[in-house]
Design a protein around this ligand. Structure first.
Ligand code: PML
Ligand code: MG
Length: 260
């Protein structure tokens, strides 16, 4: 298999990134579609696009996706509360939650969003070696069959138009949750007109929250909350361990934490 990755920048600032894990026959098509993505992004027209194609040498791990749990928050205040409560439920100290929310709200890299994620321990320390770039989870994808199941479920909930964002985020969140030391992930989009985000963990699944920021706001990003990690080992797994989601674990409405 091959890892095909795209990232786009403007004036040295992150615009977008995406990636696929494909067979040799699929390389050309995926390069083309990722190039198209890079050139037509709502965060702006890039002046630098990097596309890389690399053979994946280590064995690919197949995983079932996290289940998708739909939270019905109706505005940003309700959405942030839902995120806070979920992270508290997972045992993350309140001051870490607050710090993570304000980092994403204010743009974690000098008021700008990052290419990758923040890694935060249970003392609120940031562990990513490069605070401007962050750590980017890569070498992951979803099979056509599992993506087809996701499409069907989303359309049953009236969410078809969000397919690409949900698919890519669910793949990433599933990979990150599967790595030892991850306690939870908090994410909301840095795309200005995409207000949704999620809290994900192996214990709760992927809790999708429709409003985590106001429309038009281009700050966002990801925080991986971790405990007891060896930093280089953890980052190596996030970046290099190839993961293919081959089953979709279903979608349901959020009711309360007791049913999770
Ligand atoms: C992004 O692609 O910018 C992150 C999107 C996170 C939310 C995806 C969703 O469930 O709608
Ligand atoms: Mg984005």
């Amino acid at each position: 298999m091959y890892s095909v990755r795209m990232r786009a920048e403007k004036g040295g600032r992150h615009i977008s990134g995406a990636e696929r894990l494909v067979s040799e026959e699929e390389i050309q098509d995926s390069v083309q579609s990722l190039t198209g993505r890079a050139l037509s992004h709502e965060r702006g027209k890039p002046d630098f696009v990097n596309i890389s194609v690399e053979a994946v040498k280590s064995p690919v791990k197949n995983l079932a996706s996290l289940p998708v749990i739909l939270h019905n928050a109706g505005n940003v205040m309700e959405g942030r509360n839902a995120a806070r409560r979920t992270l508290e439920f997972l045992g993350i100290p309140g001051f870490c939650i607050q710090k993570a929310l304000s980092l994403l709200e204010n743009g974690p890299s000098d008021g700008q969003s990052m290419r990758g994620a923040i890694i935060m321990d249970m003392q609120g320390n940031r562990l990513e070696p490069d605070r401007e770039r962050g750590v980017r989870a890569t070498r992951m994808d979803i099979t056509e069959k599992a993506a087809g199941e996701l499409t069907k479920s989303l359309s049953g909930k009236g969410l078809s138009s969000y397919f690409t964002h949900v698919k890519e985020a669910l793949v990433l969140a599933t990979k990150v949750a599967s790595i030892d030391g991850t306690v939870a992930e908090l994410c909301w989009s840095d795309d200005p007109y995409y207000t949704a985000g999620y809290v994900a963990s192996g214990r709760t699944g992927y809790i999708r929250i429709p409003y985590l920021k106001e429309n038009g706001d281009s700050n966002g990003g990801r925080v991986f909350f971790v405990d007891n990690i060896n930093i280089p080992g953890y980052i190596n797994e996030i970046e290099n361990k190839p993961v293919l989601i081959d089953r979709f674990a279903g979608i349901r409405e959020f009711t309360d934490f007791h049913t999770i």
